[in-house]
Design a binder for this molecule. Structure first.
Ligand code: AMP
Length: 403
């Protein structure tokens, strides 16, 4: 990786400001899912073991620039304390500061001993964070000597804690999680092992146009499932009943199909469907086989068994697989089979490098029980999509290069 790593910093006895992604779901002050905290543990432990005085900062939710007790990071500090105690010796505990800037934050950061850490309150309690305000960025930077960004999920945002701060610290480096994300996604986009297959699904073509267009210049095969597929099928002249179609994207879908042909990219769409008259748990699922037409009163809500076979065959041959977006309305069990079977097919190709991103596909591999057989599960939905679009992430660009 060309960016400086936390491993390149002389951490011992230095104050390190680490931007993390602790944007976890809370329910009445309890952390409901600590995945994001666990993902950051390698960087936190690395810093503490190397004698850093660690200052942790994150956003949580959308408090819109004002303090909101419901979005306080205090419960996260408690959870982190429990998680760290198991790993590191007692005493090397986690302090909590009720503001991320100001006199108290400066005092608490100043008093940190080697191997101790301090979690600051939600950065977004200040509107200056999202405005990338220079004065606020300077205040954050004043707390530390070095900056580490481990929040890949926030790297597509140019905020004070992801970009501004880097102008006022001695050195800015990537954390271990950030490094892992950039290595996997970077390798797939720059030097993928071939055949390279991308699987895209989800609700809308319009959300993924830039991803499709960038991937078409890189992949050997593109599989499209989910509601998105129906816009492409209709553009090809297939009758899709009342499936979700973006009428204003039909021309674009035709253009994309032409581009794929010109680039000799294999473009696979569903050939059979599971349909119903509405998107509801009690709707009756029916199969529409290959060659049959989706009746005008029904909508496609999952890929059918022949499509699962077609996609699985392609998945089994790929050396690099990138997957973003479900193959159907997988939140409803009657329409979840296609997505789960695709998840299993990806996991079964043990020789491939598989990368899964986006909240829904990540939940699908977890629900299918195959998460541990995926090479890399990206922690940043929006950030990983922008990466696949070929965009430079401001939070990554702002880090120092190794040179
Ligand atoms: P996205 O956020 O774009 O990845 O879209 C995910 C959403 O797409 C999920 O909530 C799915 O229920 C929905 N979805 C997937 N396939 C279909 C479909 N065939 N019809 C309607 N919605 C779908």
């Amino acid at each position: 990786m060309s960016k400086l790593s936390i491993r390149d910093l002389p951490l011992n006895d230095h104050r390190v400001f680490m931007r993390v992604d602790f944007n976890v779901p809370l329910d009445e002050g309890r952390v409901m899912d600590d995945t994001r905290i666990r993902e950051t543990m390698p960087s936190i432990e690395y810093a503490l073991r190397h004698g850093a005085r660690l200052i942790l900062a994150s956003h949580l939710g959308r408090p819109k620039g004002k303090p909101n007790p419901k979005m306080s990071l205090k419960p996260v500090a408690e959870r982190l304390r429990m998680m760290l105690d198991r790993e590191l010796a007692p005493g090397e505990n986690v302090g909590f500061c009720p503001d991320c800037v100001g006199v108290e934050a400066e005092e608490m950061a100043g008093k940190l001993e080697k191997g101790q850490s301090l979690l600051l309150e939600n950065l977004r309690f200040h509107a200056e964070e999202e405005a990338n305000d220079e004065k606020f960025a300077k205040q954050l930077a004043n707390l530390a000597d070095y900056y580490v960004n481990d929040a890949f999920g926030a790297a597509h945002r140019a905020h004070a804690s992801t970009v501004g701060i880097t102008n006022f610290v001695e050195r800015s480096a990537a954390g271990l999680l950030m490094e892992k994300e950039l290595e996997y996604l970077g390798r797939a986009m720059e030097h993928p092992e071939k055949p390279f297959l991308a699987i895209l699904g989800g609700a809308k073509v319009s959300d993924k146009i830039a991803v499709i267009q960038n991937l078409l210049t890189k992949v050997d095969t593109l599989i499209i499932g989910g509601a998105m597929a129906y816009t492409f099928l209709k553009a090809q002249g297939t009758q899709v009943g009342k499936s979700r179609v973006e009428e204003d994207k039909l021309d674009l879908a035709r253009e994309i199909l032409e581009q794929a042909k010109a680039r000799q990219v294999k473009f696979l769409l569903p050939v059979d469907h599971i349909v119903a008259d509405r998107i509801e748990g009690n709707a009756k699922p029916q199969a529409v086989s290959a060659g049959q037409v989706i009746p005008s009163n029904l909508m496609g809500l999952d890929i059918g068994p022949a499509t699962v076979d077609l996609f699985s065959e392609e998945i089994s041959r790929a050396a690099t697989i990138v997957w973003n977006g479900p193959m159907g309305v997988f939140e409803i069990p009657s329409f979840a089979k296609g997505t789960f079977k695709v998840a299993r097919a990806v996991a079964e190709n043990a020789g491939s490098t598989s990368i899964v991103g986006g909240g829904d596909s990540v939940s699908a591999v977890t629900a299918a029980g195959v998460a541990d057989r995926i090479s890399h599960i990206s922690t940043g939905g929006g950030a990983s999509l922008e990466f696949l679009e070929g965009k430079k992430l401001p939070g990554v660009e702002a880090l120092n290069s190794k040179r």
